[in-house]
Design a protein around this ligand. Sequence first.
Ligand code: NDP
Length: 338
Amino acid sequence: NKQVVLRDYVNGFPREDNMEVRRKEMKLGVPQGSNAVVVKNLYLSCDPYMRLLMTPNLLNRLLPSYTPDSPITGSGVAKIVDSGNPEFKVGDIVYGTTGWEEYSLITNPQGLFKIQHTDVPLSYYTGILGMPGLTAYAGFYEVCSPKKGEYVFVSAASGAVGQLVGQFAKLMGCYVVGSAGSKEKVDLLKSKFGFDDAFNYKEECDLNAALKRYFPQGIDIYFENVGGKTLDAVLLNMRVRGRIAVCGMISQYNLDPPDGITNLMQIVYGRVRIEGFSVSDYVDQYSKFLDFMLPHIREGKIVYVEDIAEGLESGPFALVGLFSGCNVGKQVVLVARE
Ligand code: NDP
């Protein structure tokens, strides 16, 4: 069984060699009398929070850190190859937390979700129909309290979450601008995802001036994915009673101490509501979310761009690449085809 193992805890930016692909003998059966399952992993999801699990105690309030010398875990799509659990039979395709390895023994399969709709690409369950999709859906519709005609700004806008937030904002009748780190991504935002406008934040030496150019009237909703300098500049451009949904702050995950924010008083002047959220609080909305998404996908009203790295060996490179923006769209690792 090939596995991606964390060599040791990580300080600063993660590197490919913080992980190692190893082989370990594994019996492909469920232990007698247990209600575990054995899965063959098909698609693994690369998510920014996985970096936080590579340092002890960072994400403690939500998830335990990884253990050095053990395979890392994340969400993925997998096929049941042995089952001691009446809920799952051999051949079922499931989505949920699994190991970064070819085969995983899942001793606690309650968290696995059986995939019923297979007319869409299975990899979608790591992105648009999985955790990032639900994050965009709950974050935008619940946390942002959007209204038609409002001015919306999204950072890391071409990524797994951001590309959906922009499309939801357009469905709601908002004006939406996204920022991303390359010309290719900016073009995608405008031509594929229907953002009204977009810019490359790496080409703007003064982010405050850039935001003033794109939002002369100010921002009602900021969907925060990056933090740091972007957040600081956004604070200077929020409209009165604006909302900031703090989904994540990827620019801070490798910094200790984090970048300073200097414009916090703007929260008072603008009576701005800033609210952090975690997708884990919205899992009960998953079936409502699927009912909303599937017709939109089938009718082509919501589109999704994925970046699929082939083979488990490419996993460490793909995961680390999130922190330099190598991914164009949702980063997935293809471990095996069905
Ligand atoms: P993406 O697919 O957007 O990948 C990460 C992207 O972040 C990169 O492609 C890069 O794009 C951008 N980025 C990386 N480093 C920096 C930096 N220093 N400054 C600015 N941008 C940077 O990731 P996701 O869509 O999966 O995640 C987006 C955010 O949402 C993250 O902060 C993540 O932690 C958070 N999240 C939160 C959840 C929750 O429950 N609250 C659940 C899921 C995700 P570019 O080239 O544009 O710079």
